[in-house]
Design a protein around this ligand. Structure first.
Ligand code: SF4
Length: 501
């Protein structure tokens, strides 16, 4: 299945009309540290979060949600909490007593040690029964306590049976979540939120569109939570998140969102707010932009999907034009490329990153334009406009000009400081186009969610790291002090290194 060719038109009505869109973030504290966790939740609530998700690894942490709730209430804050549960269904059942929503992962409701060699070796009916049996206690508990369930499927954490049947694909993600939706429906449990996340923007977009179509087909309507996993930090993280979440919001999909960044979670909130402000289903949204198509003769470029900038020379751009240059409005023609020009009215750069990313993603995915040209009066320099254009094309998988970093946002499970480690790794390895390097905080979820990274740097214990080549561990439990050198050595040994320009 090619991602782009299977993107289909969606029906906005299919996802439940005009729900307000709520913003989530997640704590990074130790959940047993009641006061630190409560303080972070309060900070996020004050910044504009509507829900906060809390790492809930075991029964003790599930029970401590009660103390955290009472601590935040004492301080005058009443914000719903989402318990983030993996692996142990019993933890979800305890958390359901204290949290307003419990996030579960379908892959954890089945014995995943069964290895299937082909689709003829498993029995769907038996597995459905096993899932239903394991899920029922949670459905009963959540019904009794009025707790919602978020069924969260991540690309990279599908069960062995789903993987064997559909591969690690967006279709597999949809089929996996639909099994749970059907079981909930059969048992008259409808307090659900559905989420399909991936670190690959196109997979994430495609999975959500397929899901909406599937729900529509079945006559179901459930809220959808959007997020791009392991988006990383800085502009890269913002561009990845904006491309995936913004594209879907602009098409009427999404009821709750989380922008996950490898930064202090408080920094996620303004990005999410901008996405909701400009692309959410709201009355009175302000989004002024001039879009026009200009045609340039092909001979001007020696790359596909060229980047054009206005006024000023940028060594990153493929063409720099003067504002007073007139271009003939040629008809579409094999000799001309259709370059889409998006003109903003001199908006701040932190806003341009979000809006230009979403608008360009819509153009590139829906209209299949041949080149991009972003203009923002004199506020953004030609170099920054060209860099932004190239970065957007990179997250859409259309033009690869630098290393891609897949980095988790960290949470209470993290055993290394992912923010610092990512910064150091980026400093030394950003110049390797085509290479994907994952930096993950824990060995529990990290390896599964590294997606298709070529190399992985995964926390394995306090200050310790496992280094991967693909899915294979090459260096186990090495000290953080020497881990980056070992990673670079491994990249060199495999012939993937080039010297910095
Ligand atoms: Fe938390 Fe581990 Fe996921 Fe990072 S990879 S966000 S540390 S669960």
């Amino acid at each position: 299945m090619t991602y782009q060719s299977s993107i289909v038109k969606i029906d906005r009505k299919a996802i439940g009309g005009k729900r307000p869109i709520s913003i989530q973030s997640m704590t990074t504290t130790n959940t047993m540290d009641t006061s630190a966790t409560a303080n972070q939740i309060i900070e996020l609530a004050n910044a504009g979060c509507d829900f906060v998700r809390v790492t809930t690894q075991n029964i003790k942490e599930a029970e401590n949600l009660k103390n955290i709730k009472s601590e935040i209430k004492k301080q005058g804050i009443d914000i719903p909490l989402i318990a983030d549960v993996h692996y142990n269904p019993k933890v979800a059942e305890v958390a359901a007593e204290f949290a307003e929503k419990v996030r579960i992962n379908p892959g954890n409701y089945i014995n995943n040690n069964k290895l299937y060699s082909s689709i003829t070796t498993f029995d769907d009916v038996e597995e459905y029964k096993e899932i239903e049996q394991n899920l029922m206690p949670l459905l009963v508990k959540c019904s009794n306590y009025g707790t919602a369930i978020r069924i969260g499927v991540n690309h990279g954490s599908l069960s062995n049976r789903i993987l064997c049947k559909y591969g690690n694909t967006s279709l597999g993600m949809v089929e996996s979540i639909m099994e749970f939706v059907e079981i909930c429906h059969k048992n008259e449990f409808s307090n659900l939120v559905l989420s399909l996340k991936a670190s690959n923007v196109i997979v994430m977009i495609e999975a959500n569109i397929l899901l909406v179509n599937k729900l529509n087909e079945k006559g179901f309507s459930y809220p959808i939570h959007l997020g791009v996993t392991e988006a990383g930090s800085g502009e890269d993280g913002r561009i990845k998140s904006a491309a995936g979440i913004g594209y879907l919001l602009a098409h009427g999909i999404g009821d709750t969102i989380r922008v996950s960044l490898t930064e202090d979670p408080i920094k996620e909130v303004p990005v999410a707010r901008k996405l909701v402000k400009y692309y959410g289903r709201k009355e009175n949204q302000v989004h002024q932009i001039i879009k026009e198509i200009t045609r340039f003769h092909k001979s001007l470029f020696d790359v596909s999907l060229p980047v054009v900038v206005t006024s000023g020379i940028s060594k990153l751009a493929d063409l720099s034009v003067e504002t007073n240059q007139i271009f003939t409005k040629q008809q579409a023609n094999d000799n001309y490329l259709s370059v889409s020009k998006l003109s903003y009215n001199g908006i701040p750069n932190n806003e341009l990153i979000i809006r230009a990313t979403v608008d360009t993603s819509i153009n590139v995915i829906n209209e299949k334009i041949d080149g991009i040209w972003i203009d923002n009066k004199d506020v953004t320099s030609p170099d920054n406009l060209a860099k932004l254009s190239l970065d957007i094309l990179q997250v859409l998988g259309k033009r690869i000009t630098k290393t891609e970093f897949i980095a988790c946002p960290t949470c209470g499970r993290s055993s290394i400081n992912v923010i610092d480690q990512l910064k150091q790794i980026k400093e030394q390895t950003s110049h390797l186009p085509g290479l994907k390097i994952a930096i993950m905080g824990c060995a529990v979820n990290g390896p599964g969610e590294m997606a298709d990274a070529h190399y992985g740097y995964v926390g394995s214990g306090k200050g310790k790291v496992n280094i991967y080549k693909g899915k294979r561990i090459i260096h186990k439990n090495v000290s953080q002090e020497i881990a980056l050198d070992l990673l670079i050595k491994l990249i060199k040994e495999n012939g993937d290194w080039i010297n910095q320009p």
